[in-house]
Write a protein that binds this ligand. Structure first.
Ligand SMILES: Nc1ncnc2c1ncn2[C@@H]1O[C@H](COP(=O)(O)OP(=O)(O)OP(=O)(O)O)[C@@H](O)[C@H]1O
Length: 263
């Protein structure tokens, strides 16, 4: 069987696909003419310096912000179709979207209800995930009393609760201790093995290097490099045997014009 080029397949093949996706704020071009195609069941690491346009891209893909021009699809659904796109996605934004006055159990039950999950199945999944992420003992405490890391855990469980086809995770390990980070990385790996696609934005490059099948580097709104983590490291000549994605990222973003051909 001959494989077609992912970039030329119809949009329904990809979990996420964009075609010239662009967003301007006045005279600022936050995201400029981005073309990506992310196969289902993979992790896409999305990197870029502060202000590169990562959040803006995620907000367009999660239907929170309309593009200025270009197009995007999530699971084959145009991102202009908010309700249908929302039915396919989970989103963990930079700040966990939780209510201070709720307990973790209440917050997650509320999220499950919004997602129209069947109550018994939702309860079972909530308990499993709370246990997995080591939050079960605090699950009846108000989120207002939680640490940053504990809030992050609730936000992450909330994003994965309904087993979305595509999860957009912005800094999922922010504020987590090493053991909790490891658990979260294992959870992401398991979800992806079960078929989920993960769009992962993080400044913690060791996490991205370990999880991502493909990494895209955004610089001043443009996608300036895209490859597997290993290839990015090799092709930016960071390998004298011990290159890391962090070195590759610094190299690419120090002077992307000389490395734009890595894409
Ligand atoms: N609502 C807005 N109005 C005006 N400019 C905006 C708005 N949102 C973002 N921008 C600008 O768009 C550009 C991209 O911002 P964005 O938040 O997408 O970057 P980022 O890569 O997510 O950064 P960080 O890593 O710091 O979170 C920046 O120049 C930012 O100032």
């Amino acid at each position: 069987m001959t494989e077609t080029n992912p970039a030329t397949r119809p949009p329904e093949y990809a979990a996420i696909r964009t075609d010239g996706l662009t967003r301007r704020f006045g005279s600022t071009v936050a995201v400029s003419d981005i073309d990506i195609s992310i196969p289902r069941g993979t992790v896409y690491g999305f990197l870029g310096p502060n202000g590169a346009g990562k959040t803006t891209t995620i907000q367009m893909l999660t239907t929170l912000l309309p593009p200025s021009s270009g197009a995007g699809w999530v699971m084959g659904v145009p991102i202009t179709n908010r309700d249908r796109v929302k039915s396919h996605i989970g989103y963990l934004p930079h700040e966990s979207p939780v209510y201070e006055s709720f307990t973790a159990r209440e917050q997650l039950a509320y999220a499950a209800d919004l997602r129209r999950m069947e109550a018994a199945a939702a309860d079972e999944r909530i308990e499993t995930l709370l246990d997995r992420i080591d939050l079960i003992d605090a699950a009846n405490d108000r989120i207002g009393t939680y640490s940053q890391g504990m809030r992050r855990k609730v936000g992450l469980v909330q994003a994965l609760l309904h087993e979305p086809d595509v999860a957009f995770l912005d800094e999922p390990t922010n504020g987590l201790d090493p053991r909790a980070s490891r658990t979260v990385m294992q959870m992401i790996t398991e979800q992806v093995e079960a078929g989920m696609t993960v769009f992962l934005s993080s400044h913690i490059l060791s996490v991205v290097e370990e999880l991502a099948d493909t990494v895209g580097v955004l610089y001043e709104g443009q996608l300036v490099a895209e490859d597997t983590p290993a290839e990015l490291v090799t092709r930016t000549e960071c390998t004298d045997g011990a290159g890391t994605l962090e070195e590759a990222f610094l190299d690419i973003t120090t002077d992307y014009t000389t490395t734009a051909n890595v894409r």
